[in-house]
Design a protein around this ligand. Structure first.
Ligand SMILES: *Cc1c(COP(=O)(O)O)cnc(C)c1O
Length: 378
């Protein structure tokens, strides 16, 4: 049997950047300011410049970023927040944690993102429900590609709802010339190691242009602190990003743009070689994806995954079960038109190895194996 290909090759990135990262970590070990050390403010400034926004509040994870954003909005029992059902559990979990109700929306088959029609009908249904008060929408940029923020904002504005962006997978992407981080009042991202910009543990950040939102987030991140450290003015959390992770991210951010160019080149090459065999992703002209995942659609998905595994090619299924079909969310409302597209996608999606260091030879091996299997299956 041939070697197994890594699904994400973090070691290749280490070969390029490892010395700088090790030196950055050493500097933190030397100065010893592990909590809110100087690297945290530097990273926030660098990220604000990268995205082109006024404020960046780093935090302990993408999940905390979403939780803190919702805490700014002050949601609680009786409030409805609309989320796609085809997403990672964290997007909805934070709503339930605060006692509010996630309402699940179907997604668009081509983009994997919120279907605006499904959103509109769910808001109408919730408006008719005397037990629920619609408050806002969390849009997710699945696999790295920005959601249809124009349509989502138009619908949300019509009903007086806010929009939060879950950009855990899409930092570095753009839509209509605007970077991810500029497309909603509050944008949340994750630095989980497997995300396009990952650290060496958990981490996250929130982007906003609002001074008011930034000030509240700063307070929430540190237990709801006021100007006097021992006069807490609101209920907050311990949501800080470790200085060590900030130091790692400062180094990784210096090559991130270049890595995004590689991801784009690799995704385009996958597209041109695979589109005759499987459903391939189709970013529109107006979007640039961060390509967190390269995900194809095939009817005999499980068979293909098993055959690829047998020749040393790992794959992943994001996501095998939409949230509305999971035990934890079984009592939550869904869009009145149902979530059939998400249910179908969960049966046919398959993510292939994708990272900036995937060379053409390895990519050809993957493509040939996929083509081989699919020709045999059909
Ligand atoms: C990864 C992810 C999160 C959570 O990020 P963590 O840093 O792991 O807490 C939230 N939403 C989406 C869509 C994600 O992919």
């Amino acid at each position: 049997m041939t070697d197994t290909i890594p699904f994400i090759d973090l070691q290749a990135q280490r070969r390029r950047l490892g010395n700088n990262i090790d030196a950055a970590i050493s500097r933190v070990l030397d100065h010893g300011q592990f909590i809110m050390g100087p690297e945290v403010a530097v990273l926030e400034r660098n990220l604000a410049e990268f995205v082109g926004c006024k404020h960046v509040i780093s935090c302990a994870s993408g999940t905390d970023a979403l939780l803190m954003a919702l805490m700014v909005k002050g949601i609680g029992p009786g409030d409805a927040v609309f989320v796609p059902t085809f997403t990672f559990t964290a997007t909805a979990e934070v709503i339930s944690l605060l006692g509010a109700t996630p309402v699940f929306i179907d997604v668009d088959e081509a983009s994997f993102n919120i279907d605006p029609d499904s959103l509109a009908s769910a808001i109408h249904a919730a408006n008719d429900d005397t037990l629920l008060t619609p408050r806002g929408v969390i849009a997710v940029d699945m696999f790295g590609m920005a959601a249809d923020y124009d349509s989502i904002h138009r619908i949300a504005n019509l009903h007086g709802l806010w929009v939060i962006s879950d950009a855990a997978q899409s930092l570095g992407g753009s839509r209509d010339g605007q970077n991810i981080g500029q497309l909603a009042e509050i944008t949340c991202t994750s630095f989980f190691p497997a995300k396009p910009l990952g650290c060496y543990g958990d981490g996250g950040a929130i982007f906003t242009n609002s001074d008011h939102v930034a000030e509240i987030l700063n307070s929430i991140r540190a237990h709801g602190k006021g100007t006097d450290k021992y006069d807490n003015v609101r209920i907050g959390i311990n949501g800080r990003l470790d200085t060590l992770q900030a130091a790692v991210l400062i180094e990784k951010l210096t090559i991130f743009k270049d890595e995004l160019v590689s991801r784009e080149r690799i995704a385009q090459r996958y597209n041109s070689l695979l589109s005759q065999y499987a459903g391939t992703p189709s970013p529109t002209n107006s979007t640039t994806s961060a390509w967190a995942q390269y995900t194809i659609k095939v009817s005999d998905r499980d068979n293909l995954a098993a055959q690829l595994k047998s020749v040393g090619i790992p794959t992943a299924i994001y996501y095998p079960r939409p949230l509305h079909l999971q035990t934890a969310y079984s009592g939550c409302p869904i869009s009145p038109s149902g979530c059939a597209i998400s249910e179908t996608l969960s049966q046919i999606v398959l993510s292939l190895p994708m990272h900036p260091y995937l060379d053409e030879e390895t990519q050809d091996r993957i493509v040939h194996s996929v083509a081989d299997c699919l020709e045999r299956i059909q």
